[in-house]
Design a protein around this ligand. Structure first.
Ligand code: ATP
Ligand code: MG
Length: 400
């Protein structure tokens, strides 16, 4: 029996409320695995015999995110809990969702439908463990092993192939021999996966502490040959000798473009169906890398990376360049910046228009502001209204 600590104690309320309504409920999946591994617990997921409408009736604040698959989110003290009804599922013919889901009364089969033994462990409110597939033994041996026949499980949902490699990266676990063989025999089924599911796994895989071992699996099993973008121009081979953990898709996209410039960012965004936000972030990081290559570390580089891209830049730069850049170095420069955004400039567009009343409004205003912004950041010009106005008088716009 394990002693429950936070965040499980906080979640006990959910388990007890469901039990008080006459149903069973258990902690399950990643949270139990991570508790046994002494790792930081992410989301606390709960599995229950209560049907989704019954769960909805028990709690005040519920979000029916995937009722047809048995999942509702219960909110308790500002935390979200996924509460999923015991279920069995049939084929994933759209490679996204199981075709049919059948709710069941006992936990056994629910645990049997889960991907790996280490993810198929449940725990009750007392900390009593239910481990029907020797998950604890595999945790101790640091092994990723499918629940049941690997080939069947991977064919059922090929995403599990990527999940296996992702967990090897996050946990520093090895793929168990039969599981590895099963991947070899089923890897081409990856081609049918929805790209949105692939990128979620890639993001987590590259963020794992042991991303190097994940890349080694990708390389040795030729998994990359069945994945969009990664199948092009030996991207994985290029990343393999240098890779370190990175934290976002934007960082990954930038890195791919850096190691293989023939693959442009737009192309990755399109094939991976990423958002414009990710596109802009990837471009920002790549622009910063390019600038750094010619200018090194300086105010303007750091300023351009504000407000949120300093750490991402440091991570990518450390993968790409031998001389390490620390986040402390970047923060030190950030602290000394005279301005941190255009808004801090002591002059604005209206001031410029007033200074040059004869000129027609146009892009020149923005261009002048940008010149001033750069000079102020570089400390070549003081951020003082009268000084900036003087500068403008000496550097009038070229437009008539
Ligand atoms: P993370 O730390 O990323 O949250 P996790 O193990 O909790 O890891 P989730 O994707 O949150 O992973 O899924 C929760 C649980 O649901 C898993 O532990 C596993 O038992 C089950 N599961 C998730 N995806 C699959 C899948 N594709 N096939 C079978 N079982 C799955
Ligand atoms: Mg989880």
């Amino acid at each position: 029996m394990l002693k429950l600590t936070e965040p499980f104690l906080e979640a006990l309320y959910i388990i007890e409320s469901i039990e008080n309504a006459g149903h069973q409920a258990f902690f399950v999946g990643g949270c139990v695995r991570d508790l046994l591994l002494n790792r930081k617990i992410g989301d606390v997921d709960i599995t229950t015999s209560a049907k989704p409408y019954e769960v909805q009736a028990i709690f005040d604040e519920v979000i029916p995110v995937g009722i047809e698959h048995g999942t509702v989110i219960v909110r308790h003290r500002n935390v979200s809990y996924e509460v999923t009804t015991f279920r069995i599922e049939s084929d994933y013919s759209d490679n996204r969702h199981p075709d049919t889901v059948e709710f069941i009364d006992k936990i056994d089969q629910d645990l049997a439908r889960r991907d790996f033994t280490i993810n198929a462990i449940a725990m009750d409110k007392h900390g009593e463990i239910i481990d029907l597939f020797q998950g604890i033994k595999d945790i101790n041996k640091m092994l990723i092993r499918t629940v049941g026949n690997g080939q069947d499980r991977f064919r059922e949902d090929p995403l599990r192939i990527l999940r296996a490699i992702r967990f090897s990266s996050q946990l520093n676990f090895t793929l168990e021999r039969n599981t590895l063989e099963a991947i070899k025999n089923t890897k081409q089924t990856l081609e049918g996966l929805a790209v949105e599911r692939i990128t979620v796994e890639l993001e987590k895989m590259f963020a794992g502490e042991n991303v190097q071992s994940a890349i080694t699996y990708m390389k040795e099993l030729h998994i990359d040959k069945h994945l969009p973008i990664l199948k092009q121009n030996n991207v994985i081979l290029r990343l393999s000798p240098i890779i370190q953990p990175i934290h976002s898709l934007a960082e990954l996209i930038c890195l791919i473009h850096q190691v293989e410039p023939a693959i442009d960012i737009r192309n990755i965004i399109k094939q991976w169906k990423c958002s414009n936000k990710i596109y802009r972030e990837a471009v920002k990081l790549c622009d910063a890398i390019k600038y750094y290559k010619s200018n090194g570390l300086n105010n303007w580089l750091v300023y351009q990376l504000l407000p949120n891209s300093l750490e991402g830049f440091a991570r990518i730069a450390n993968v790409l360049f031998p001389n390490k850049i620390t986040i402390d170095q970047l923060n030190k420069i950030k602290k000394q910046l005279v301005i941190t955004s255009k808004k801090d400039l002591k002059i604005n567009g209206n001031d410029i228009i007033e200074l040059f009343p004869a000129n027609q409004k146009g892009p020149w205003i923005q261009e002048l502001l940008e010149r001033i912004e750069k000079l102020v950041v570089e400390e070549a010009l003081q951020n003082n209204k009268s000084i900036l106005k003087d500068w403008l008088k000496w550097n009038p716009p070229e437009v008539k």
